[in-house]
Design a protein. Structure first.
Length: 63
């Protein structure tokens, strides 16, 4: 399992909605919305660590 850097949800890489490579690391996303958010400002999420202000499990784009 990998952690979506935007919302901090656990994502299975083979089932990820999207992925992105940044500075030699591949990031996996639970949704295309999280992927888009990441690509706009990856530095915000790469260096935020576990204290990232994600939007949690109540995703409006999940359903």
């Amino acid at each position: 399992m990998q952690t979506d850097p935007v919302c901090r949800m656990q994502v299975e890489p083979e089932r990820a909605a999207a992925r992105a490579e940044y500075q030699g690391t591949t990031y996996y996303f639970c949704s295309k919305g999280c992927h888009k958010t990441f690509t706009v400002n990856p530095e915000k999420y790469v260096h935020a660590g576990s204290s990232a202000a994600g939007h949690g499990a109540g995703h409006p784009h999940h359903g």
